[in-house]
Design a protein around this ligand. Structure first.
Ligand code: NDP
Ligand code: HSE
Length: 438
């Protein structure tokens, strides 16, 4: 049977990796898909630029529209990134009756509802395994492998760049900016790396995970997002002294009042497997009512790990090219007309424990004021450490771990603490999760 013809939009880190994997593993892939998969055309900004793959036999163009309008092409693989040109091209490809594979989480998180509706209308597939956690087949695991479960919660390290930075800072004492530069050189970071360090990329991915876990529409704007740029080496050290690691987590949980949807640095007990996921590796812990906890681990970014997921999607699309559209796996795991209207829980109502660090004058009565404010807000202290002032400073560091409390109570307490004349500057607050899967 003739090979399925594929058009690539983008020939950068992931595009190049995809060409390489398709070519190196062509025989195995054909045996799996039942047909060969051939990249016939690829668009890039500069077609004369040296590439990380062999482009011989591929028609290179600077015009992405030429690819989405090419009548020979059955599957368009979008690897440009962003949600401007990428969105236009994906919508045009769908309108032209082409199946789409994308690694673009920003596109799916922000425009997935519209894209899936258009795809449903035209009976084409839109596959996006590579959009979450790089090479880990987490979309397939939740959407298909755990389809028998009521998912209770999931938590994951879902940004490779951020995890790489936190690991290098902790293990080698390296500087934030220096590690970020290396992540960019290795092709891990987004075109705009603030997406990685401010948690936006992880929020895109969590939005997608929550939708397929709970059967809710994609709601990126409702995701609480905090990045790692404020994490200091001191916080990393103090957390370790208390038996915790700081990880940048995406966390979504079903509660009686709605769905928690939040991305932020989190203290987790060092004995947890997630606490030991280092470097560019990602991991997602999913709690299903029937299966219990399951953990998925692998490379979260990089050319070939991501290409692994892109190619798996291509194989899936080739396998079901002829399947009745009504009987395909739904984009968001649940049938499009059966999505739930469960609300996303406002962050103010989310309950977590907290790590607090503040700089205080080293004199009697200060601790009493701090504990009084926390007590009045109904916040119980789990552990407390006071560090002597550094030479030349008259401020001591007070580090506290609290029990679980609603975010709004903590917000009020922090305002009162920062108003004390004996407390210097801002109070650092990092949320804590035990991730107890028992
Ligand atoms: P790159 O920046 O390496 O590649 C982007 C490609 O798009 C380049 O080949 C670029 O051309 C091309 N391009 C950009 N604008 C245009 C345009 N106007 N017309 C034609 N071509 C254009 O990005 P990545 O490969 O890293 O990422 C691609 C997608 O995959 C993104 O959505 C990203 O979020 C996602 N992703 C990335 C991962 C990674 O590890 N890097 C992992 C998982 C997902 P040129 O090369 O000539 O500049
Ligand atoms: N910039 C992303 C990351 C790429 O570092 O995780 C993979 O999605």
């Amino acid at each position: 049977m003739e090979a399925v013809k594929v058009g690539l939009l983008g020939l950068g880190t992931v595009g190049g990796g995809t060409v390489t994997v398709l070519s190196r593993n062509a025989e195995e892939i054909t045996r799996r898909a039942g047909r060969g998969i051939q990249v016939v055309q690829a668009a890039a900004r500069d077609i004369n630029k040296p590439r990380n793959c062999d482009t011989s036999g591929i028609d290179l163009t600077t015009d992405p529209e030429a690819v989405v309008n090419n009548p020979d092409i059955q599957i368009v693989v979008e690897l440009i990134g962003g949600d401007g040109l990428a969105r236009d091209m994906v919508m045009k490809a769908i309108a032209n009756g082409k199946h789409v594979v994308t690694a673009n989480k920003a596109l799916i998180a922000k425009h997935g509802n519209e894209i899936f509706a258009a795809a449903q209308e035209k009976s084409v597939m839109v596959a996006f395994e590579a959009a979450v956690a790089g090479g880990i087949p987490i979309i397939k695991a939740i959407r298909e492998g755990l389809a028998g479960n009521r998912i209770e919660w999931l938590a994951g390290i879902i940004n490779g760049t951020g995890n790489f930075i936190l690991t290098e800072m902790r293990d080698k004492g390296r500087d934030f900016a220096d590690v970020l530069k290396e992540a960019q050189e290795l092709g891990y970071a987004e075109a705009d790396p603030t997406f990685d360090v401010e948690g936006i990329d992880a929020a895109h991915k969590l939005t997608i995970l929550a939708s397929i876990a709970f059967g809710i529409p994609l709601q990126f704007d409702a995701t609480f997002t905090e990045g790692i740029s404020e994490i200091t080496r001191e916080d990393v050290t103090y957390a370790e002294e208390l038996g915790y690691r700081i990880k940048h987590l995406g966390l979504s949980r079903r509660t009686d009042k709605g769905i928690e949807l939040r991305v932020h640095p989190t203290l987790i007990p060092e004995r947890r497997l997630l606490a030991n996921v280092d470097g560019v590796m990602n991991a997602v812990l999913v709690m299903g009512d029937a299966v219990g906890p399951t953990l998925y681990y692998g490379a979260g970014a990089g050319a070939e790990p991501t290409a692994s997921a892109v190619v798996a999607d291509l194989v899936d699309v080739v396998r079901v090219l002829t399947t009745d559209p009504e009987n395909r796996v739904p984009h968001l795991a649940f049938q499009a007309n059966r999505l739930s209207d469960l609300p996303i829980l406002p962050m103010a109502q989310v309950q977590t424990a907290y790590y607090l660090r503040m700089q205080a004058e080293d004199r009697p009565g200060v601790l009493a004021d701090v504990t009084r404010i926390l007590g009045e807000a109904g916040i119980s202290i789990e552990a407390m450490v006071q560090k002597e002032p550094m030479p030349g400073s008259d401020k001591a560091s007070i580090i506290m771990l609290t029990q679980r409390v609603e975010e709004q109570s903590m917000n009020q307490a922090i305002v009162s603490l920062e108003a004390l004349s004996t407390i210097d500057g801002k109070v650092t607050r990092i949320r804590m999760e035990t991730l107890d899967a028992s």
